[in-house]
Design a protein around this ligand. Sequence first.
Ligand SMILES: NC(=O)c1ccc[n+]([C@@H]2O[C@H](COP(=O)([O-])OP(=O)(O)OC[C@H]3O[C@@H](n4cnc5c(N)ncnc54)[C@H](OP(=O)(O)O)[C@@H]3O)[C@@H](O)[C@H]2O)c1
Length: 330
Amino acid sequence: MTLPDAMRAVEITEPGAADVLAETSRPVPMPNHDQIVIRLAYAGVNRPDVAQRQGNYAPPPGASDLPGLEGAGEVVAVGSGVTAWAPGDRVCALLPGGGYAEYVACHQGHALPVPEGMSLQEAAALPETAFTVWSNVVMRGGLKAGERFLVHGGSSGIGTMAIQVATALGARVWATAGSAEKCAACETLGAVAINYRDADFVSVLRDAGGANLILDMVGGDYIARNLKSLDMDGRLVQIAFLQGPKAEINFAHLMMRRLTITGSTLRPQSDAAKTRIAEELRAHLWPLIAAGKIRILIDSEFDLRDAAAAHRRMESSDHIGKIVLKVAGG
Ligand SMILES: NC(=O)c1ccc[n+]([C@@H]2O[C@H](COP(=O)([O-])OP(=O)(O)OC[C@H]3O[C@@H](n4cnc5c(N)ncnc54)[C@H](OP(=O)(O)O)[C@@H]3O)[C@@H](O)[C@H]2O)c1
C-alpha cells in the first residue's frame, strides 16, 4: 500500500486553553521494526490530553508531540519485525501520543482487534479506559467477585468502564458523581450511585461494611476520606489528582486496618508492560465485550478539526462517557 507523504493533524501550538489546538500538516509516520501504522477512522479524547495541552503532562521520550492516546482504524503498514498484524486488519490501539492525526504509528503489542459487533467509533474510545481500568482495578487492585468496589468520577470515561468491569467480575459497585443525570447513568451501568453534592460517600460505604477497593481520580480531601471508607485489608488505587495530590492523612488507619495505598500512570510504562496488559485484555476483557457485558458510552463526536470544541466539552465536565474525534473523511 502506498502511503501519502503528508497528513492532516491537530497540534498543540503552545500550552494554554482549548484554542491553542490547531490544524496542521505533518509527515505520515513510518513504522519502525516492531510498529504498525494505522489509518485512523476515529480517535478518543481523554482528560490527560487536556493536561498535555495545558503543559502539565509532557509526552514520554520518543513519543509524538501530537495529542491523542487512543484510536481505531485500519493497519496500512507494518515494520519488518511485526508478526501480529497485516495491512487491512481493523484494530484499536493504545497510543503513546499522536492520535489527533490521520495516521499514527504504535507498537504491535498495543493494538487489539476491533471487538466483534463494535463500531470503529466505539472501538476508538475503548483502549485508554480498558488499559487503565484493567491494570489498576484487576492487576494492581486485585478486585475479586463479591468484593465492594467504589469508583469516583463514575460518569467519566474511566468511571463508566470501571463500573462495568467490576460489575462483570461479580463485585458490588458504588460510584460517586456530581449530578442526578450522571448518577442515573452510573446506575444504568450497574452501580449504586452517590451524588457527592448531597450525600457523604464515607457514610454510605461504611454503612455497607466498607469498601474493599477504591479507584480514585480526585485526590485532595478524598484521600483521607477514602481511607475512612475502606474495610480491613482494603486497597486504594490512585490514578489522578483532579483536586490535588497533597493531603494530611492519619496513618493509624493504614496500620489498624492493614490498608494498601498504590497507584500508577499508564503512559510512561514500558512497551513490554503495555503489551502484557493488552494480552490480559484480549484474554479476559474482550470476551466480556463479546458477551455484551461491557459497552462504550459515547457522549459526543466532533470532527478532528474541531478538537478544541471537544476539549471544551470535556473541560465543562457536562459529558457522560466518552468524547471522540472523527478523523477520516473530514
Ligand atoms: N493513571 C492513569 O494511567 C490514567 C489514565 C487515563 C486517565 N487517567 C485520569 O483519570 C481521570 C478520568 O479520565 P477521563 O478521561 O475518564 O476524564 P473525564 O471523562 O473528563 O472525567 C473526569 C471526571 O472527574 C470528575 N471530577 C471530580 N473532580 C473534578 C475536578 N476537580 N475537575 C474535573 N473533573 C472532576 C468529573 O465528574 P463529576 O462532575 O461527577 O465530578 C468528571 O466527569 C482523569 O483525571 C485522567 O487524567 C489516569
